[in-house]
Design a protein around this ligand. Structure first.
Ligand code: APR
Length: 264
């Protein structure tokens, strides 16, 4: 049986869970973290991906930290979901896909219409109070205003913008998981249950080197879940994949799902 046909035979059974990484959003205009032109090429993650490092940069080079944050928000603001995001949303609508477990913080799965999205690393458009845990989610307008103000902020204003005060007296911060921080336990627990109860795991656009997220495919393997990987390059997870399609997500996904009636 051809690879695509074999993959279809697995996916047709339904009960599919997708796990996505930065690669799925690459064709939406968001460079991957570790790829060419990725943000970790220009900003050392040992400094910029953890709280202590970011705090140090803010004290010594506040505008360098502003530029780092601004780059994230502007890129997300300019990005739109691509075919791969829409196909996953449609699979959920048709009852084939149970959930998406994503490491992405760009909100593009939700923008494409996906409902059951488990965000392991948070969401850049959500701010959470570090004291009372209240959430505040940006809409398109909030995001535009935030970017506008970020570009013009003085050093003092930067703090107020990025860490606004909550009614409880605490401060909000972007609700994303930095290196060294724990993953949201509810989300991570849900991800394990979803994987355990699935027939197949569709692994799209992740290098599989960041833990604990990367432990999920191994957990899937242990539970006899079929693993189908879509990535233009082999990854640290390819050896446990039942099938790997070495292609970009927006090329591979329509190929796999063209059998659906009506087509997506
Ligand atoms: N379609 C599918 N996959 C792609 C595409 C594409 N168009 N373009 C690139 N890729 C693949 C790359 O080959 C790579 O394997 O996407 C993967 C992206 O890897 P990373 O940049 O490491 O992103 P990710 O795996 O999501 O990183 C995990 O690391 O720094 C953190 O918190 C950040 O959530 C992120 C985590």
């Amino acid at each position: 049986m051809e690879t695509i046909e074999a993959i279809r035979a697995i996916l047709e059974k339904g009960n599919v869970v997708a796990m996505t990484g930065a690669g799925i959003s690459q064709e939406s205009g968001i460079p991957t973290f570790r790829g060419k032109g990725g943000i970790w090429e220009r900003y050392n993650p040992a400094i910029y991906a953890n709280v202590a490092g970011l705090f140090g940069v803010f004290l010594t080079k506040p505008y360098r930290m502003r530029d780092f944050i601004l780059e994230f928000y502007e890129t997300i603001h300019n990005a739109k979901p691509n075919k791969a995001h829409y196909i996953l949303a449609e699979m959920e609508k048709r009852g084939i896909l149970n959930s998406i477990i994503t490491q992405n913080v760009d909100n593009l799965h939700q923008e494409a219409g996906s409902k059951n999205v488990i965000e392991l690393h948070g969401n850049m458009l959500r701010f959470r109070c570090t004291k009372c845990m209240k959430e505040n989610k940006f809409d398109e307008e909030d995001l535009e205003e935030f970017i506008y103000r970020l570009k013009r902020a003085s050093r003092l204003q930067l703090i107020r913008l990025i860490f606004p005060k909550c009614d409880c007296g605490g401060r909000y911060r972007p609700d994303v998981v930095l290196f060294g921080e724990s993953l949201p336990q509810d989300e991570f627990g849900r991800a394990y249950v979803e994987v355990e109860n699935s027939n197949s795991l569709l692994l799209i656009g992740t290098s599989g080197i960041v833990y604990p997220a990367a432990s999920l495919p191994f957990y899937a393997k242990e539970h006899g879940v079929a693993i189908i990987e879509i990535n233009p390059s082999p990854t640290a997870l390819s050896h446990i994949g039942d099938y790997t399609i070495l292609e970009k997500a927006s090329i591979a996904m329509p190929k796999i799902f063209e059998f659906l009636t009506p087509p997506i």
